[in-house]
Each structure stands twice: as structure tokens, then as C-alpha cells.
Design a protein. Structure first.
Length: 153
């Protein structure tokens, strides 16, 4: 079991390392937010509240990426039906870190439907963020996060 967890950890680590707003990957813009109310890149990107006290911007962003990865790893539930059928795959979940620091407009935009509920649920349960800002004003920031579902050996 420990070897399997390590494999899943590194698989998710690689996927989570690319947890940045991916411009042009998905054509949609977050249900519930008009295009002009959501940005894909902010001058100051959102960070988890637990990371906000770090002085260095790079450290805050690294802490946030690691925190999101750990949250996904600890809370992601592999659907029983997918396990029984041996289904694996990657889903792309689009979401918005709102100007209040909460998670909104969560939807799976690509991937096997078998994983949709599990992927959306784990993203909806992310902890609070310090919102991203442009010119000192809080803004809604859109992300697309790939989540890899892989069965261990």
C-alpha cells in the first residue's frame, strides 16, 4: 500500500506542478462569471490563506501549489466503479478563485465522465485563498487543474 501511495503521490505531484492558469487550453470561461469579470492571470495570483504569511512571492506560490496538491491527494476519492473496471485517466477541472477567496464555478471540462463527481467535489472542498489582485483590487482568477486518476499495481 505504501508503494502505491508513493506512486500516486508522484503522479499527482507532476500534475499539480502544472496547476497554473492554462490559457488557450479550454475555450470556456467559468460558468456563472461573465468573461470580463474573470482573469486568467493576475498581477498577484491567489494564494492559500495558510501560505499568505510567507514573505517571498515564489515561496507563497510554491506553498499554494503544494497545499493544493496535498489537499487533492488526501481528499480525492477514486470512484468504485472506475476501480472495478480498471478505468484510469486525466480530467481537467476549471474553477475560479473568487475575489473573496472562495472556490466557485467548478466544472470538469475534459476527461472521462466516470471521474467528474469525484474531481469536482475535491476542488470544491479546497481551503480558502487570499484572492488575486490587479492594481490592488481583488479579482476573480480562473484556473484549470489537471487531476490524474491512476490505479496502483
Amino acid at each position: 500500500m505504501e508503494k502505491r501511495q508513493r506512486q500516486q503521490f508522484w503522479t499527482l505531484a507532476l500534475v499539480a506542478a502544472f496547476c497554473i492558469p492554462m490559457q488557450g487550453l479550454i475555450a470556456q470561461n467559468g460558468i456563472g462569471y461573465p468573461q470580463e469579470d474573470v482573469v486568467k492571470v493576475a498581477e498577484v495570483m491567489p494564494v492559500l490563506k495558510t501560505c499568505a504569511s510567507l514573505d517571498d512571492r515564489t515561496e507563497r506560490e510554491t506553498c499554494t501549489n503544494q497545499g493544493m496538491m496535498e489537499h487533492v491527494m488526501e481528499n480525492l476519492v477514486y470512484p468504485t466503479v472506475a476501480q472495478e473496471k480498471g478505468v484510469e485517466g486525466t480530467v481537467f477541472v476549471q474553477f475560479v478563485v473568487t475575489e473573496k477567496g472562495s472556490i466557485g464555478s467548478v466544472e470538469m471540462v475534459r476527461g472521462p465522465e466516470t471521474f467528474e463527481k469525484s474531481a469536482v467535489t475535491v476542488i470544491e472542498s479546497l481551503p480558502l485563498f487570499m484572492p488575486g489582485t490587479n492594481k490592488g483590487k481583488a479579482v476573480n482568477v480562473q484556473y484549470v487543474l489537471p487531476i490524474r486518476f491512476a490505479l496502483g499495481e
